[in-house]
Design a protein around this ligand. Structure first.
Ligand SMILES: Nc1nc2c(ncn2[C@@H]2O[C@H](COP(=O)(O)OP(=O)(O)OP(=O)(O)O)[C@@H](O)[C@H]2O)c(=O)[nH]1
Ligand SMILES: [Mg+2]
Length: 717
């Protein structure tokens, strides 16, 4: 493969709702560029992009694929991102390392929730956006309706560059208003023939071209002047205005295609090659310290690894973006996250399942490397200079489940498999929860974790079971209570004796211990000799006050008492959950000259605390999440009543471009399998995100249920 310099490389991310034709479009781009000889299809499970077994099994993209094609003297990197929101991680990493997004719109449905989600990712990442209305060969198409929905949802920068002559099963011709030509395609698709504009389309084409020229001019002052002077722009001026507009997200040019028929694909590829921005024309990347690293092919080498995967026959492969410099085979670089020296012994450009070895790559290009020692996604590799680029901000998890291997001996294998899956898809998170005594896996949705399970079953061959994840409740108290406990074991051998008297009360941030208090009608005067505030790793505080006078308990036993209390804080008396925000006053006790020791006072402290806790009107706190749901207006009522059925509190709603955004607070305990429920309520036309907000007391009926469930579980164990 020839070497492409920095000025000859473009990179695009294929976006769009699931099934809108991204993978099919990429396949046609590769055929037209001569990267593949024959076109595969998603149905035949033989596309270059959807090459993993799980994608063949499910008939959709699961991972983002790195591909490339060539057009004239340009190389175009293509990141084919998955459309389903469960695989959002692949969309975000694809957008990060490409300069332009190409969004597929399925002409049968227009703007779908997936289109909306991807549009927002691109908007948030400030990416230039080209739009393609695909599937114009379908029996039922409605080009104008799709255009209308796009203008309604994506705004006034949506600007037509083309319109179809004959949408429907015979689709083969497009009017292009940059060229003011009709593009006609052979039956089998491929490269078009340019024809003069048929007169019946001249008016519409002229009208659309005028709109396009105005849009192109408005993003560039010098062009605006030319436009006012000449009342038009030349094709080259138009193209430069469109490029400026793309970079400012001031124009979203709209093209037409049938990816399946390979019609219109060549023209869009040509537009990308000639008009879409080069990496050096886009903002420079910033390091974690905020320093800019220029897209300079003559600069020091700096790479960012945006994807890692394990492939048959070659093992681990890391995909990277060259941010600066020129890399050559066998170049030595340093991993900035673990200081490992890495040699780029073999570098490739990728076309999905196929890879081509190359000997050099320039700034702005995308490549792959194998056999690195300890480099993964989010790692920066430099030839010199110690800086790294910020990690990819993947979306917060939205779905979780507990997992266990069917056979006990498989724990280690499962651990390795899960960490490998996390490496391939960083939005799969694994937590070995000491608190819940479960392995919890987190993902973007139920389907996402079903795909994980598919890999465990079929690739790693480990039988596992998903089961209900416990809720990380918290326990606390709401009033003061007193308790004392004598631990005594004096039946032959080393005896044990320890007695502890304590008062506990709720701890509030900023409050001070109170030497005089009334508990259960009895007055106490305490002399607070010493207090220790312990910030708990699970949140909240335990404040331990030593109020012993007259040596009733020797100071050397206080840490043991605290240890006993901490054990109960780790495994609360109500449900075995972590306890928080409690102040303890140890104000009296008894010792035995021989039998008193640490274990005695630990147990006395522990049991006194447990008893006091139970009589301090203890409450269970549950994690509550901020949930934001984007739902089509016609389904908002159903979504809200479903939320209310989940003890959700709707905080507000606002309309955004044909969607309603509902904000609510919902207990985690009620969010189990929410992605699936929401999808069935809205016909898959909604999306949501959730983020931990706070701990809130559970309602008393729920408290009773949770305590009862814990008691039953205790009996079973
Ligand atoms: N008739 C017709 N079918 C198409 C066209 N483009 C794609 N398809 C079909 O639509 C289905 C989905 O196509 P894909 O290319 O997998 O869509 P995708 O956008 O990659 O979907 P995800 O990977 O799930 O995000 C396949 O059955 C394709 O054959 C088209 O232009 N016309
Ligand atoms: Mg796909």
């Amino acid at each position: 493969m020839k070497n492409y310099q920095a000025g000859q490389i473009k990179s695009i991310a294929l976006l769009g709702n699931a099934g809108s034709g991204k993978t099919t479009f990429a396949e046609a781009m590769l055929l037209n560029g001569g990267i593949i000889e024959r076109r595969g299809s998603v149905e035949n499970k033989n596309t270059a992009s959807d090459y993993r077994p799980v994608e063949h099994e499910n008939g959709n993209s699961v991972f983002a694929s790195v591909l490339h094609t060539v057009h004239d003297d340009k190389k175009i990197n293509i990141l084919d991102a998955p459309g389903l929101d469960d695989f959002a991680g692949g969309v975000i990493s694809s957008l990060l390392v490409t300069e332009t997004a190409l969004m597929m719109i399925n002409v049968q449905n227009g703007v779908e929730v997936g289109s909306e989600i991807h549009f927002r990712h691109a908007e948030r990442m400030n990416k230039p956006m080209i739009l393609c209305i695909n599937g114009l060969d379908h029996e039922k198409t409605n080009f104008d309706k799709s255009v209308e929905m796009m203008k309604d949802r994506f705004g006034g920068n949506v600007t037509l560059v083309q319109f179809p002559v004959n949408e429907g099963e015979d689709f083969d011709s497009i009017i292009d208003v940059i060229k003011m030509k009709m593009l006609k395609y052979p039956k089998e698709g491929g490269l078009c023939e340019e024809h003069d504009l048929p007169s019946e389309y001249a008016d519409k084409a002229a009208e659309l071209q005028a709109e396009l020229i105005e849009k192109a001019a408005e993003n560039d002052e010098s062009l605006m002047e030319i436009f006012f002077e000449n009342d038009t722009l030349t094709e080259d001026e138009m193209k430069s205005g469109i490029k400026t507009g793309l970079l400012q997200r001031g124009i979203f040019p709209v093209f037409c295609a049938s990816a399946k028929g390979n019609k219109g694909v060549d023209r869009i590829t040509e537009f990308i090659a000639n008009v879409a921005p080069l990496a050096p024309e886009t903002p420079a990347w910033k390091t974690e310290d905020g320093n800019e690293i220029k897209w300079d092919a003559d600069g020091d080498v700096s790479l960012f690894v945006f994807k890692s995967s394990i492939e048959d026959h070659i093992g681990e492969i890391n995909f990277f973006k060259v941010i600066s410099g020129k890399i050559k085979e066998n170049l030595d670089v340093t991993n900035q996250l673990n200081s490992t020296k890495e040699r780029l012994s073999q570098i490739f450009v990728s076309a999905g399942k196929n890879r081509v070895k190359v000997n050099e790559l320039f700034a702005g290009d995308i490549g792959a490397v194998v056999k690195l020692k300890s480099t993964k996604t989010n790692h920066t590799l430099n030839s010199s200079g110690s800086f790294s680029f910020p990690k990819i901000k993947f979306p917060e998890p939205k779905f979780r489940t507990a997992i266990r291997p069917n056979s006990e001996g498989d724990e280690e294998k499962l651990g390795e498999a899960l960490s490998r899956m996390h490496q391939e898809d960083p939005t799969i998170l694994v937590e070995y929860s000491k608190e819940l005594k479960q392995i919890i896996v987190y993902g973007q949705g139920e389907y996402h974790l079903n795909i994980l399970k598919w890999h465990l079953d079929n690739i790693f061959k480990i039988e596992t079971e998903y089961y209900a994840p416990k809720i990380p409740y918290r326990e606390t108290i709401t009033k003061s209570a007193q308790a004392d406990y004598r631990h005594k074991k004096q039946s032959g051998g080393a005896g044990q004796f320890g007695e502890v008297h304590m008062i506990i009360e709720p701890f509030e941030e900023g409050s001070e211990p109170n030497p005089a208090m009334k508990v259960n009608g009895k007055d106490y005067k305490l002399s607070i000799r010493d207090k220790d505030q312990h910030k708990l790793e699970w949140g909240g505080v335990l404040e331990f006050c030593n109020c012993i006078v007259g040596g009733s308990i020797d100071g050397r036993f206080m840490p043991a008492i605290l240890k006993g209390i901490m054990e109960k804080m780790e495994e609360g008396p109500l449900t075995g959950s972590y306890a928080r925000d409690i102040r303890v006053y140890v104000y009296d006790g008894k010792m035995h000259p021989v039998d008193s020791n640490e274990i005695s006072f630990k147990l006395a402290g522990r049991n006194a605390f447990s008893n006091a806790f139970k009589s301090a009107n203890p409450k269970i706190l549950e994690p509550v999440y901020d949930v934001e749901i984007m739902v089509p207006s016609d389904r908002m009522g159903d979504v809200i009543s479903d939320l209310q059925g989940r003890r959700g509190m709707v905080l507000g709603m606002n309309s955004e471009k044909g969607f309603e955004v509902v904000k609510a607070k919902v207990p985690l305990a009620e969010m189990n399998k929410y992605s699936t429920a929401l999808s069935s309520i809205t016909g898959g036309r909604a999306m949501y995100s959730m983020k931990f907000a706070e701990y809130v007391q559970v309602p008393s009926d729920v408290q009773d249920v949770v305590i009862k469930a814990y008691a039953e579980q205790q009996e079973e164990e």
